[in-house]
Design a protein around this ligand. Structure first.
Ligand code: SF4
Ligand code: SF4
Length: 476
């Protein structure tokens, strides 16, 4: 893709809050990485220091295959060092697909008359959540279209409904939100329902491309969306997730813009976002975008590795838009969370027999990993990852600043790994078939050997026995 600065020049100077299109492009144009620079930057990241936008640009502009390999290896090492061999699992639940926007890349755009528009009522939410709990899910992200029906009260009420559902030993312990931007009062209302993360993706950080792909509706307002999570912060939600939809514009630009967004939060609120997501465009009903920006597997792997190095303490989310093969490949470069057992068709979790029949007119986009939660658990265990449903920090108030504060050397070993083991034991006892159960306990034994402190091993073993005897929800 050839960059033509005139083509994408910002017309309105007022549209320059903290994302400066020219600054990002000038950075990308003027950086010509040397081996020494790339290696020094990888080393800096391996010492768990955040990278600046300039340093990130050096990695982005690296084209030498040998150095790209070193970047990937660096990300792999850092992932091990910071997160351990552990993957947090969640599932998305679509609450309503009414939408007044026309996003060129989305199957739920208002102009798509083929879509069946559904909003889950209370009983239907309960039915879906029971099905999710019966599969073993503990963490959900609720997804809403942008529509006046889905105001703050509606969102808060649906969150409260989800938390109340208990099926057998099942319960949802963390509800995250992916919904339209709100004003500060709206965010306060949603916060009161005790959400986890509020996630809003800018989709593309490039203002002009943004206008091109957001054809009508409230979402067309770039600034309102870009500043949404600032309003969330002002409202006291200090746990936010950002993201870009890769494939709308040049991936190199989007990576630097994401880093700018992180810098902005750190500078203003002294805390970065909890997570970064990087969905990649896949087929959607009536997909109507410039396909020249679609990101190849090779560039996608590289950009995930770069993000890992650039923001060592930020969670990276890889969704079921990607195929199982790509997910297996990319997970090792620094992903910390994936969705599992995903079905984005409205009402589909409770209708198991239809779960694998994807109808693109009932979905926002196509997913490429439609394995059941257990298939994914089994696969993670095979690959020696501990699948985790841990929600301990959030429930102990260790979110936002605290999350950062606690993400220090030793924390993962003392808290995250044991908590991952405990949630895995719950899963193995309550939901896993015999074969997964055996493999799971074998993995737990291997991981216990990695916890160096004997006293701690003893404490974890005590809790495992308690879970086996029927106690639930134990954490450090
Ligand atoms: Fe509506 Fe979201 Fe789809 Fe845009 S991406 S059309 S806002 S559901
Ligand atoms: Fe996340 Fe905290 Fe659990 Fe670690 S202990 S996995 S940081 S919630």
């Amino acid at each position: 893709m050839i960059y033509n600065p005139q083509q994408y020049k910002i017309k309105d100077e007022a549209m320059k809050p903290f994302i400066d299109t020219d600054e990002i492009w000038d950075t990308l144009r003027n950086i010509h990485p040397t081996k020494e620079q790339v290696r020094a930057i990888i080393n800096k990241a391996l010492n768990k220091h955040r990278l600046s936008m300039l340093e990130t640009a050096v990695l982005v502009n690296t084209t030498d295959p040998e150095l790209i390999e070193e970047i990937k290896q660096g990300a792999r090492t850092l992932k091990e060092k910071v997160y351990g061999h552990r993957i947090v699992l969640f599932a998305p639940l679509y609450i309503g697909n009414l939408c007044t926007n026309n996003c060129a890349y989305c199957g739920y755009k208002a102009s798509n008359k083929e879509v069946e528009r559904i909003t889950l009522d209370k009983d239907e939410i309960v039915r879906q959540v029971k099905a999710l709990e019966d599969a073993g899910q503990k963490r959900l992200i609720l997804v809403y279209g942008e529509h006046k029906k889905y105001g703050p009260e509606f969102i808060a009420e649906s969150v409260r409904t989800v938390y109340k559902v208990k099926s057998g030993n099942g319960e949802i312990r963390r509800v995250n939100i992916n919904a339209a931007p709100l004003d500060i009062d709206g965010f306060k209302t949603v916060k009161e329902s005790e959400i986890g993360t509020y996630q809003i993706f800018q989709e593309t950080y490039h203002p002009e491309i943004y206008k091109k792909v957001h054809l009508s509706g409230k979402k067309r307002d770039y600034d309102w969306r870009l500043t949404a999570l600032d309003r969330a912060m002002e409202a006291g939600i200090d746990d936010v997730g950002i993201g870009a939809l890769f494939g709308l514009y040049d991936w190199r630009f989007e990576v630097l813009a994401l880093i700018r967004h992180v810098n902005h939060f750190e500078a203003v609120y002294n805390v970065g976002p909890h997570t970064i997501s990087f969905p990649r465009i896949q087929h959607a009903s009536e997909l109507d975008i410039d396909k020249s920006y679609l990101v190849s597997d090779e560039d996608f792997t590289k950009l995930v590795a770069i993000l890992r190095l650039a923001v060592p303490y930020t969670g990276l989310i890889l969704t079921a838009r990607e195929s199982p093969e790509i997910r297996d490949e990319i997970m090792q470069f620094g992903v910390s969370q994936i969705d599992g057992g995903t079905n984005i068709e409205m009402k589909a979790y409770a209708e198991k027999e239809d779960a694998h029949n994807q109808d693109i007119n009932k979905e926002q986009f196509k997913i490429n990993d439609d394995r059941s939660l257990n298939e994914i658990m089994d696969d993670l265990i095979e690959h020696k990852f501990i699948p985790s449903f841990c929600t301990a920090c959030y429930r102990l108030g260790r979110t936002g600043e605290h999350f950062m504060e606690f993400s220090v050397p030793g924390f993962i070993k003392r808290y995250c790994t044991p908590n991952a083991i405990l949630t895995l034991v719950e899963y193995l006892e309550d939901y896993a078939p015999q074969e997964t159960k055996e493999k799971g306990y074998q993995l737990i034994e291997e991981k216990m050997a990695e916890i160096e402190d004997d006293k701690y091993v003893e404490k974890v073993r005590e809790r495992i026995e308690k879970i086996k005897s029927g106690v639930r929800d134990l954490y450090f």
